[in-house]
Design a protein around this ligand. Structure first.
Ligand SMILES: [Mn+2]
Length: 272
């Protein structure tokens, strides 16, 4: 099975559609039989068509059971619980209602686990910090276990899962939750001194300002970074595992080109 991790869409309907076409979608709403999608959250805000993005994703969720895994981003969380921050634009009433309906139905979720022939990945909106992994998740050894724990925390509305970090407070928080951790100052630094038992893929923030001309890596020196300037993926290698950031950084305008992160493998539901 091909698994495509699609980064933050930010209200850019045309970008989502174009990527799905590249992945082989011929009829809208229907994924090719060999494809599963994990979308990392932050479907909405910034771009021009947030409501239509929610509507389109709803079709994929309904028509491809188990093959469109929708993760929660901090921008979706605004509509699912007491808002933790103010965003100047709001999605329409119908789209907000759709998000709440998904939440009631048990989708979206907090995390997904992907297993390939030689690597396994935990996928969350913002990444799981080393502090969160050990203190909150109790140091799971596989992404399936980590995802199962994260999904229970998200589902129960646990404050740790939704815990903000410096994006909201201005101060780095080693326990920032997986919808808030900032990659260069919260996610990468903690793992640079710890052993990460699996790889991770995340959106939300990235090490590279793709709209600017330079990449900045404020993480410690033990880290090796590679950047895919076409796909807009920034990868940090830490002792044989990697953290892959897939947020293209769409603003009001889309950042082009960009691609999903595609691997061959399967989705691990983890222990039940
Ligand atoms: Mn985000």
């Amino acid at each position: 099975m091909r698994i495509a991790v699609i980064g933050d869409i930010g209200g850019h309907l045309d970008e989502l559609r174009a990527e799905l076409r590249i992945l082989g979608v011929e009829r809208e709403g229907r994924l090719p039989d060999d494809l599963a999608v994990v979308q990392v959250g932050d479907l909405v805000h910034r771009g021009p068509e947030s409501d239509a993005v929610v509507e389109l994703v709803g079709i994929y969720l309904d028509d491809n059971p188990g093959r469109w895994i929708q993760l929660i981003g901090n921008h979706e969380a605004l509509y699912l619980r007491t808002p933790e921050f103010h965003w100047p634009e709001q999605i329409g009433k119908a789209a907000a209602k759709t998000l709440r309906k998904w939440w009631k139905q048990g989708k979206p979720v907090g995390a997904a686990a992907i297993v390939t022939a030689d690597e396994s990945f935990l996928v969350t909106h913002a990444g799981v910090t080393a502090g969160f992994w050990s203190a909150v998740l109790d140091a799971p050894g596989t992404p399936g276990e980590a995802a199962a724990r994260l999904n229970r925390l998200a589902r129960s509305g646990d404050a740790a899962f939704f815990s903000p970090g410096l994006m909201l407070t201005g101060r780095a928080n080693p326990y920032a939750g997986p919808i808030w951790a900032e990659s260069s100052r919260e996610l990468i630094p903690g793992w640079a001194d710890a052993t990460m038992p699996f790889s991770q893929v995340h959106g939300h923030s990235g090490l590279v300002d793709w709209q600017g001309s330079d990449a900045s890596v404020p993480a410690p020196g033990a880290v090796i970074m590679s950047a895919d300037f076409y796909g807009k993926h920034a990868t940090v290698w830490i002792a044989g595992q990697r953290i892959v950031g897939v947020d293209p950084g769409h603003g009001r305008e889309a950042v082009k080109p960009w691609r999903s992160f595609v691997v061959e493998g399967y989705l691990d539901p983890g222990p039940s």
